[in-house]
Ligand binder design. Structure first.
Ligand SMILES: *Cc1c(COP(=O)(O)O)cnc(C)c1O
Length: 478
């Protein structure tokens, strides 16, 4: 038989969608699956088989192909497709990267108390925009305003969807069609296309760059001030650091300059923090309280970076300016939702007691976990992996560093204990890929051709997931 005839014969054997559907209807495994999903899976299975037959050439594997056209094999094929279609796309993963505020893995984890409160608020009606005292319409932001002012010392507060929205809203309110003076050393780009010059353009503010990349002086700002100037802006260089021959103007000096020229001063803190990390042996980051104490007009920062709350953009500052910001029609487009507000309020309240905050806010807890605790966890994982008792597996403890992430503390290495995993005959890249495709996915990093799991970001109750994932790799091989 020639190839064409072989193909024709195989195509004839390819069952119809209807035939497979009849079988599927009898298959109890699909009892709970929506019919549309089953039909789509059958269609795609048939379509793919047809393509395989048509693409097959001289060395057409008649027997294998013939086998895959049998009812039982096709049903397995359909089942796999149905399972894939029914699986949720947004999944929990194990973060073994050691990057605490990992932007691609969901940044900060919500604290337990926040989770309880947000589920309570989302499953009931609430006073979201209702003033219980007067029975009239209330403000969506009032539930977090007092606690934010209490912790930071600010006169007024407001929250939006994220910090990018906060910056946009502030610039639009304060500096539309006016010049905004910013240092060339602070024209930040954050991952995910947030760039100060672009946000400025969208807000209608006119960027006025001053100074040089490495050095900007107060007189640079001063000589840029004209009648058209509307704002002096300071941006925290979150994800990089200018080192060497450098000069920056302090926020305090900028505030004094603003006062002399009757110009408002704003700071985009990026990853704002209420606690002084130097107390925990880390690099000093300016705190929100310190910024507010300079007398700055407006400060903005993220809720889900070092603060460890839900995704939000927090705006703090002088009442006169915040009142204007709250009236900007853009606020409606940038507004925060009620579940986020619920989680934010309760997380911010934890900051009334710093010890409690550090213990119960996962981001703070992971950043401040003592080395010996991480080491114990690493040893525990190593012992459990040893129990796999596989001669191909090589597991070692390594002293490496974790990162804060989220564009915060870019220069800081957090000493951590890691596990290095090698499997004879399987490359680090292949291990990384298999772990990533595990259910649930285990995300690690590769250093010097070794697959690394950093125990700072892996809680005790996820250690068994790593063991099981590795066991599967060892059993299956590659
Ligand atoms: C992260 C960051 C932003 C953006 O904040 P999101 O909460 O991600 O929108 C803006 N400015 C700076 C300096 C940042 O670090």
């Amino acid at each position: 038989m020639g190839v064409d005839e072989k193909r024709k014969a195989l195509l004839k054997k390819l069952p119809s969608v209807d035939h497979i559907l009849i079988n599927a209807n009898k298959d109890r495994r699909f009892d709970e699956t929506p019919k549309t999903v089953v039909v789509a899976a059958i269609r795609s299975a048939v379509e793919d088989l047809r393509k395989i037959i048509l693409d097959s050439n001289q060395d057409i594997q008649g027997k294998n192909l013939l086998d895959s056209l049998k009812d039982k094999k096709i049903m397995e094929n359909v089942k796999q497709r149905v399972d894939a279609a029914m699986a949720l796309n947004l999944l929990p993963v194990v973060n073994g990267t050691g990057v605490v505020v990992h932007t691609n893995l969901g940044r900060s984890l919500v604290a337990d108390v926040a989770l309880e409160h947000l589920s309570e608020i989302s499953q009931h009606y609430s006073n979201l925009e209702f003033d219980i005292g007067t029975g009239k319409r209330g403000s969506r932001y009032s539930c977090v305003e007092d606690i934010l002012c209490e912790i930071s010392g600010a006169q007024s507060a407001m929250v939006v969807n994220n910090n990018a929205a906060a910056v946009l809203l502030c610039l639009d309110t304060i500096a539309k069609d006016r010049e905004v003076v910013v240092s060339r050393g602070e024209l930040v780009e954050i991952g995910g296309s947030f760039r100060i010059p672009d946000v400025m353009a969208k807000s209608g503010g006119i960027l006025k760059e001053v100074g040089a990349t490495n050095r900007t002086h107060l007189h640079d700002y001063e000589s840029a001030i004209e009648n058209s100037t509307g704002l002096l802006l300071k941006v925290h260089t979150s994800n990089y650091s200018v080192v060497g021959f450098t000069a920056q103007v302090l926020l305090k000096e900028l505030v004094e300059l603003g006062e002399r020229y009757h110009l408002p001063v704003m700071e985009d803190l990026g990853s704002g923090t209420f606690i002084d990390f130097s107390k925990y042996g880390m690099i000093k980051e300016p705190t929100v309280q310190e910024s507010i104490a300079t007398g700055v007009d407006v400060v903005t920062f993220s809720g889900d970076k070092l603060l460890g709350g839900p995704q939000a953009g927090i705006i703090l500052g002088k009442k006169s300016i915040l009142d204007k910001i709250k009236k900007n029609p853009l606020t409606r487009a940038l507004r925060i939702d009620k579940m986020t507000l619920a989680a934010l309020e309760i997380t911010m309240r934890l900051y009334r007691d710093e010890k409690k905050a550090v213990k119960s806010i996962p981001t703070l807890c992971m950043l401040t976990t003592p080395f010996n605790i991480i080491e114990k966890r690493a040893q525990k994982l190593k012992r459990s992996l040893k129990k796999l008792d596989n001669p191909s597996l090589n597991v070692e403890l390594l002293n490496l560093s974790s990162r804060a992430g989220g564009g915060s503390l870019p220069l800081m290495d957090l000493p951590s204990k890691c596990i290095g995993i090698k499997v004879a005959g399987i490359s680090a890249n292949q291990i990384e890929r298999s772990m990533r495709n595990n259910s649930p996915p285990v995300i690690g990093r590769i250093e010097e051709d070794i697959f690394i799991m950093d125990l700072r970001t892996i809680p005790d109750d996820q250690l068994s997931v790593i063991k099981d994932a590795l066991q599967a790799i060892l059993e299956r091989g590659l």
